[in-house]
Ligand binder design. Sequence first.
Ligand SMILES: C[S@@+](CC[C@H](N)C(=O)[O-])C[C@H]1O[C@@H](n2cnc3c(N)ncnc32)[C@H](O)[C@@H]1O
Length: 287
Amino acid sequence: MSAASENHEAQRLYWDGAGGDKWIKRSADVDVNAAPAQRAAIEAAEIAAGARVLDIGCGCGGSAIALAAQVGEAGRILAVDISHAMIAEAQKATRDLRQVECMVADAATHDFADESFDRMFSRFGVMFFGDPAAAFARLRPALKPQGRLTFICWRPLPENPWMLTPLAAVCKHAPRPQRPGPEEPGPFSFGDPERVRRILTQAGFAAPEFTKFDFDMDLAVGRGLEAAVDTAANAGAAGAALTDQPADIRAAAIEELRKELAPLERDGRVILGAAVWIVSAVPSLRA
Ligand SMILES: C[S@@+](CC[C@H](N)C(=O)[O-])C[C@H]1O[C@@H](n2cnc3c(N)ncnc32)[C@H](O)[C@@H]1O
């Protein structure tokens, strides 16, 4: 098996297992915090009423609901995810929306019909392909020639204090998890625009546009310091660093998080900066 296939399989096992279960617990909070970036990306995608949209790595359905509002009842959203548990959640969340279909599928390998979508959209769901150029090359023919791919991905970790601050606090007590290599999948794997440009142009897209979008991430989602500490200790990179750590290390790291986050609390909110790219690409004329 190639390194790319092994990475892809590892991601599939993670998201269709423990990673999916973890995400489900936090997905309502993610919907709240991701809303400003999602609004900006949907605006950038210029999705018309009646459009057919593929929502890639749709998770528990938050983005599919917003896309459904955009296309109206005459449109169609096919929301796909590799996680069975998350698609079950997405189906529940969208059951009253006739224009939404949710389906378990590996977006990197699924055979979507040619020219069947006006838009492809993703909120943080395209950074986990083992071989992203091959995945986008396979997805591209399913986009109509006048179609557009728009997705949100994280800018590099140092630009994202919501992730870096808890990680630095926790790593005073627990070992830092191994960083993925520059060509390996992961939440920050699309931080470098040069890499994303290379991947998308190899896959048959014209040079993509990158728009910076910065927003506030409320780790507490209005529920106060202890909620923020719980999120920081269980989600993202800090959560990964604490997985399987003994109780004394966890306790010390959680105390460190409390110390770090307490000065940031205002009216139940614990706000740290978040930074994403909104990436838009159209099929290349030569593809
Ligand atoms: C960071 S989560 C984002 C979920 C959701 N879009 C959101 O913003 O809440 C990444 C999502 O991509 C999905 N995913 C990862 N690899 C995938 C693949 N090859 N095909 C389809 N979905 C995939 C995961 O199962 C997960 O739901």
